[in-house]
Ligand binder design. Structure first.
Ligand code: DP6
Length: 340
């Protein structure tokens, strides 16, 4: 499937646009790829509300390709490199070579806070680019499907940031994400993000995906991911909070187990990540409160719990867990990107 083929022969004009797009946290993880940015197993995520990237893009016709990118007011080599590589990969849009592209992008969360910005950053830029495509040529294609398709090419997890609420990737399509309906119980979920370390990761997610290629457990993991995906969808639809939590933690631990057992083993966990996991399990046993965790591809924990139980859980976080973290960010389920 190629959602860009109808935009191949366009004549660029000057245009500017601005989109704000959120990050997301995977409840079922995408870990391992095939082909060009296609997932080895389906994934499912909750869209965040507060962790967003605000991106302004100005496209100007030019003799040759130019890219100017400012992240939080500064030139940032690594993100510029990732963006240039992404734009170069869009060979279906050869006229991009005749543009000067100026990007100003700002994250709501502090730079170096240990929060992955590629999902929000890539989806915000993809929305701006989709806006430009639809400005250059009216199309019967679905705007958000094209934006999700482009986001995926920039960073896989970014394709799930387009719709708000809960989204899946690799179920309806491997090429873009779709929104799914869930029980009303899950529309009030909180996510307190515990930043355990804001140091740069020793192995990036992109390299981590690559290590699944010759991993002895890759097939078992992809099957587990698919089974957890099916079970997670049932739990979310039926309102089964405890089943959701069980699968959520299984996915987080399995992701990190893949890193520990890969042919070139590594871990992104820190001692405090494990201390907090242990404290959560103890707290849950003693209080019977539905507090669950998941991990991104790093040491930081996302604490997932319903708003209805937030008083006692927030007290536990601020009095006990906060002693083991650099900082924490209160987030919750969000409704998706907005055009500014
Ligand atoms: C652990 O989307 O960052 O967060 O496609 O190479 O850019 P690339 O990788 P990325 O991988 C995310 C991995 C994850 C799980 C997930 O979000 O599903």
């Amino acid at each position: 499937m190629n959602l860009l083929s109808s935009f191949t022969e366009l004549t660029p004009v000057e245009y500017q646009t601005r989109w704000k797009s959120p990050s997301n946290i995977a409840f079922v993880k995408y870990w391992g790829k095939r082909g060009i940015q296609l997932p080895a197993n389906p994934s499912l995520s909750l869209t965040l509300k507060e962790c967003v990237t605000d991106t302004f893009v100005k496209f100007t016709p030019s003799e040759s390709f130019k890219l100017e990118l400012m992240l939080d007011g500064k030139e940032t080599h690594s993100f510029s490199k990732k963006m240039a590589k992404f734009l170069e990969s869009l060979t279906d849009l050869p006229w991009l070579n005749k543009l000067s592209i100026k990007i100003e992008t700002n994250n709501s969360f502090p730079h170096g806070a240990g929060i992955a910005s590629s999902a929000s950053g890539m989806s915000a830029f993809a929305l701006c680019l989709t806006d430009y495509l639809f400005h250059l040529k009216s199309s019967n294609l679905d705007f958000f499907q094209v934006a999700s398709y482009l986001s995926r090419l920039g960073s896989g997890s970014a394709c799930r940031s387009i719709y708000g609420g809960f989204t899946t990737w690799g179920d309806e399509s491997d090429f873009y994400s779709s929104k799914i309906e869930v029980h009303s119980k899950f529309l009030q979920l909180k996510d307190t993000i515990l930043i355990i370390s804001s140091e740069e990761k020793s192995v990036s997610s992109t390299l981590g995906h690559g290590r699944m290629d010759d991993h002895p457990f890759s097939e078992a993991r992809f099957t587990q991911g698919k089974n957890n995906f099916d079970k997670m969808k049932v739990a979310l639809l039926s309102g089964d909070l405890w089943k959701m939590g069980e699968i959520l933690e299984c996915e987080a631990l399995s992701l990190h187990a893949m890193m520990l057992t890969s042919p070139k083993p590594y871990t992104l966990l820190k001692p405090n990540s494990l201390t907090i996991i242990d404290m959560i399990w103890k707290f849950r046993k003693e209080t019977k409160l539905p507090l669950f965790f998941t991990l991104d591809a790093g040491p930081n924990l996302h604490l997932i719990y319903p708003e209805s139980e937030q008083n006692k859980i927030k007290t536990f976080i601020t009095r006990e867990l906060s002693l083991f973290v650099e900082r924490y960010i209160d987030d919750e389920l969000g409704l998706g990107p907005t055009k500014c």
